[in-house]
Design a protein around this ligand. Structure first.
Ligand code: ASP
Length: 423
């Protein structure tokens, strides 16, 4: 009996001391331990995968109620139609411009490094069975759902956002008593969802450990020979990575500093938890509850702003994905020995922008959207096989960049609306 008592005391002491470590440090440690575990014991991840699945399911479970409540509450609080229009215009302009900057950064690097020149195209994996992405026109039309419950069940984010914005907008214009009743209900629901979010966040280190172990073990099991990968795809990998770094550590901080009039270093530090979560889950959607909570608590941005800008950002603002689409397509063209004309490069820039907007905030969505860009410039879809081997790992970096772009937008818009922030 005393034995168990001492053991229990030890365990609870360890748990207590773990609590004093900041959550982002815990997540960072979890990424490393998970990586080593997946590398050394790839088959044992069979026993740990369930926790990562559970964690992702829990995050996805709250994403849709969170999006609905925060957009309806945000939009109805923004008030007059003039304000909503202004905020919407500022947010969408921010997203389009930063995505464009990201693509141009990618284009610059892929032109300088030419990672595709001389690559042996026969080495590409042939497992390319991607369903063609729907056309841009269809995507736009599908934003208006025929059945909102169908859209909710399918997790069709753009349709859900569209309906929530309409609902919030018209809610602001109904009779005072009904409006108060509805908004009290929605605000209270949002409070509950935020509490559930905070509860789930506590399990992030464990979830991240399990997901990282799984990703690394899959690479080991697939026998992705590191040497071959590095010699064939190393330069491509570095080109994407460098582009993402420049966007994350130069372009966005400059915008935060000079347009958002805030401290970019502090903002970056404040975002450690959502960035590490995005990195390990490779899903902007799954990270959304954590990123909204963190921008509100650490930067002091109001829920009115995060509720409007961030769900929209998780769905349409993908700076990292856009940059990667551009680099990957030019890389494929180089590998096939095709010199893209200026007009074709402009097509790549525009379609990479649209592909990033259309990509869902889930793992590997960018790869599926690659078909849009390849088709637009007449490159063979098999080219995707060339970049497949490193895609899962690159997804981690581009998702972190995507999420960081959303947080910067919320900060800049909040500042431009005259909010008093903590940074
Ligand atoms: N995984 C990315 C995201 O969720 C999308 C992509 O595949 O590029 O943001």
């Amino acid at each position: 009996m005393p034995h168990y008592f001492f053991l229990w005391r030890k365990v609870s002491l360890i748990l207590k001391s773990l609590k004093s470590i900041p959550i982002y440090v815990q997540i960072l440690i979890a990424i490393f331990i998970g990586g080593f575990f997946g590398y050394l014991f790839p088959l044992s991840t069979y026993y740990t995968n369930w926790f990562g699945d559970l964690f992702l399911r829990a995050l996805n479970m709250i994403t849709i109620p969170l999006i609905i409540c925060s957009i309806v509450s945000g939009v109805s609080n923004i008030g007059g139609s003039g304000n909503l229009g202004r905020l919407g215009l500022k947010t969408i302009s921010f997203y389009l411009l930063t995505t464009l900057f990201a693509i141009l950064t990618g284009l610059l690097f892929v032109r300088i490094f030419e990672p595709g020149t001389g690559v042996d195209i026969s080495l590409g994996s042939s497992v390319v069975e991607l369903a063609p992405a729907s056309s841009i026109g269809d995507t736009l039309i599908n934003i208006v759902p025929t059945n909102i419950f169908g859209a909710l069940a399918d997790g069709n984010m753009l349709s859900i956002i569209f309906f929530a914005v309409l609902f919030g907008y018209f809610m602001a214009n109904i009779e005072h008593k009904s409006k108060k009743y509805l908004s009290d209900f929605i605000d209270a629901t949002l409070d509950v969802i935020m509490k559930i979010t905070m509860f789930i966040i506590r399990f992030t280190p464990l979830g991240v450990f399990s997901i990282t172990a799984k990703i690394i073990s899959e690479q080991v099991i697939l026998e992705n020979d590191l040497k071959i990968l590095i010699s064939r795809l190393g330069l491509y990998f570095i080109t994407v990575l460098l582009g993402l770094m420049v966007h994350m550590f130069v372009t966005l901080p400059l915008i935060v500093r000079f347009i958002g009039k805030s401290n970019p270093v502090k903002h970056f530090k404040n975002m450690a938890t959502p960035l590490l979560t995005a990195f390990s889950t490779s899903s902007s959607n799954a990270t959304l509850p954590i990123s909204m909570e963190t921008v509100e608590v650490n930067d002091g941005v109001s829920n009115k702003i995060t509720g409007f800008t961030m769900p929209l950002g998780a769905t349409i603002n993908m700076d990292g994905t856009a940059l990667y689409e551009c680099v990957a397509v030019v890389f494929i063209a180089q590998a096939y020995g095709i010199d893209l004309s200026i007009a074709q490069q402009i097509t790549v820039v525009i379609t990479a922008l649209l592909a990033a907007i259309g990509a869902a905030g889930i793992p590997m969505a960018g790869l599926v959207m690659m078909t849009v860009v390849l088709n637009a410039v007449g490159l063979p879809l098999e080219g995707i096989g060339l970049i497949l081997a490193v895609d899962r790992i690159l997804d981690m970096f581009r998702t972190a960049t995507n999420v960081y772009g959303d947080t910067c937008c919320a900060l800049v818009i909040a500042k431009s609306e005259g909010e008093e922030l903590l940074i």
